[in-house]
Ligand binder design. Structure first.
Ligand code: MLT
Length: 269
């Protein structure tokens, strides 16, 4: 497989994913209202040295037709990731998840710690949703059902980026909104439901003995800085990258800094 060549693979009727590059296996998992293209800046940089595995979760991107049910769980997604790893005959790998993708990485680390060389939370958290956050998700779903996805996304997506980035990169925000607006709106309800139901996984951070990466944006409004800093001191072997002035989307807001942090982390593997 050539560097930067995107090969599409499938677990039939369940999930589609991309394979790109050769080298140490690294799985990158997107978050809510995203797909694997969210990693475009990292793919160019990492695929010359790594075998990248990039799933699109059921309901997202090239897995759009596999609609998750309201009863689907974050653990179901972790099991699906393991099906990919088994299908690719990968013995050990590193797993980095952005936000909701990080919730899946934590569930995976709980279920299959021996499969991982290390994992990372990119703007993500091991804390469960607070009662207030659950309530906001419930109200968001009601809003989407009444008004459709677009007005919701037009408010939600800019909130993921830092204010200066929004002012200077209106095209990026618009592209992100357009991509997310192609989702079936039931997918948003299913994703919110599974995030509401996920447990606190700080114990996974404490018990995992290999490296854990934390990428933290000081202006992140989706994952609070205080929680990010607190959880990053729980593991035995934490690697912490704090991105000053950055929101929830470091991979896009400051790709060079994120690429360097990912490369340094992968050197440990
Ligand atoms: C994400 O980016 O995946 C979401 O912000 C996660 C969340 O809402 O908790």
């Amino acid at each position: 497989m050539k560097e930067n060549e995107w090969i599409t693979k499938e677990i039939p009727n369940k999930i589609n994913y991309y394979l790109i590059g050769e080298g140490k296996p690294l799985l990158l998992l997107h978050g809510f209202a995203e797909d694997a293209t969210i990693w475009t800046n990292q793919i160019k940089f990492l695929s010359s040295r790594h075998k990248l595995i990039l799933p699109d979760l059921p309901g997202s991107g090239i897995s759009k037709e596999y609609l998750p049910a309201l009863s689907t769980t974050i653990e179901d997604f972790a099991m699906l990731i393991n099906e990919i790893i088994m299908a690719e005959k990968i013995e050990q790998f590193s797993f980095l998840g952005h936000s909701m993708g990080g919730y899946v990485a934590l569930a995976y680390a709980e279920l299959f710690p021996e499969m991982l060389n290390g994992f990372g939370l990119i703007h993500s958290t091991a804390y469960a949703d607070s009662a207030e956050k659950k309530e906001i998700r419930t109200r968001s779903i009601e809003f989407i059902e009444k008004h459709g996805s677009l007005p919701f996304l037009e408010t939600m997506i800019p909130g993921l980026y830092s204010d200066p980035f929004i002012r200077e990169h209106k095209d990026v925000i618009q592209n992100h909104i357009s991509m997310a607006n192609s989702f079936n709106l039931h997918v948003f309800a299913a994703y919110y439901e599974m995030m509401k139901n996920r447990p606190d996984r700080r114990l996974v951070l404490e018990s995992f003995t290999k490296p854990i990466l934390f990428i933290i944006g000081t202006e992140d409004k989706a994952v609070f800085l205080k929680d990010s800093l607190e959880q990053s001191h729980l593991p035995v072997d934490p690697h912490i990258e704090i991105l000053d002035g950055v929101g929830h989307m470091g991979m896009i807001e400051v790709p060079d800094k994120v690429n360097k942090a990912l490369e340094n982390f992968m050197m440990l593997m």
